[in-house]
Design a protein around this ligand. Sequence first.
Ligand SMILES: Nc1nc2c(ncn2[C@@H]2O[C@H](COP(=O)(O)OP(=O)(O)O)[C@@H](O)[C@H]2O)c(=O)[nH]1
Ligand SMILES: Nc1ncnc2c1ncn2[C@@H]1O[C@H](COP(=O)(O)OP(=O)(O)O)[C@@H](O)[C@H]1O
Length: 212
Amino acid sequence: MNRRGLLIILSSPSGAGKSFHSKILRKWDPSIRFSVSATTRAPRVGEEDGVDYHFVSTEEFKDMVAEGEMLEHAEVFDNHYGSPKAPVKAAMGAGEDTLFDIDWQGGQQIRNSSLGNDVVSIFLLPPSMAVLEGRLRSRGQDSDEVIANRMAKSLDEVSHWAEYDYVLVNDDPDVCAQSLKAILTAERARRERQISLNDFVRELQTEYEDQT
Ligand SMILES: Nc1nc2c(ncn2[C@@H]2O[C@H](COP(=O)(O)OP(=O)(O)O)[C@@H](O)[C@H]2O)c(=O)[nH]1
Ligand SMILES: Nc1ncnc2c1ncn2[C@@H]1O[C@H](COP(=O)(O)OP(=O)(O)O)[C@@H](O)[C@H]1O
């Protein structure tokens, strides 16, 4: 039996390194599908529609929610963000893992949904607040005002760290990437084992029923 794909949720305050590590993970294992969120935020330089995000109007976003097309959705930094449901169901059915770069609200909604048992959630912490601000600045994508807003909200996001299965400090990028790969390798093995044990226990039951 094919295993159902895992839902890998990566959260952190803005600038702590979700996009950076999500790209490394997908390069390491190209079978990992990235959940392309819909957002009402304006595209950044270099972001591609349909690849980094589906950039939509507020009206389009609200229609998607009303039609029940979102697995989860939330308002973050005054914009709407949501994860379309259909690609996630397709990936799970095909036994492939989906990676989400979403905030704590989205993580909580998926964990509390009927797919909660399929979730592996990881929270990234910055090594310090000064480094976090430095990363937001060095990314060179956001205005001072946007950076100040993200810094002001970063500790709200951090306050949810204990809701996650794993928490990593993203200091040395290679060390953090190795930890992420180790987590996925172990979680995948655990899931395979669960399936083979389920089958084995079913065989024991059949054997017993045949004998009695
Ligand atoms: N709940 C939810 N949050 C999302 C989704 N997509 C992105 N986010 C979060 O929205 C926040 C802002 O994302 P973005 O504007 O790309 O900024 P960045 O995190 O600084 O790169 C981040 O915390 C993302 O993880 C989504 O589909 N659902
Ligand atoms: N461990 C790290 N050391 C140094 N720079 C990093 C590290 N992780 C990420 N970065 C850089 O910090 C900036 C913010 O990271 P990003 O992945 O865009 O954050 P997020 O997606 O969480 O908002 C990017 O320029 C990225 O290349």
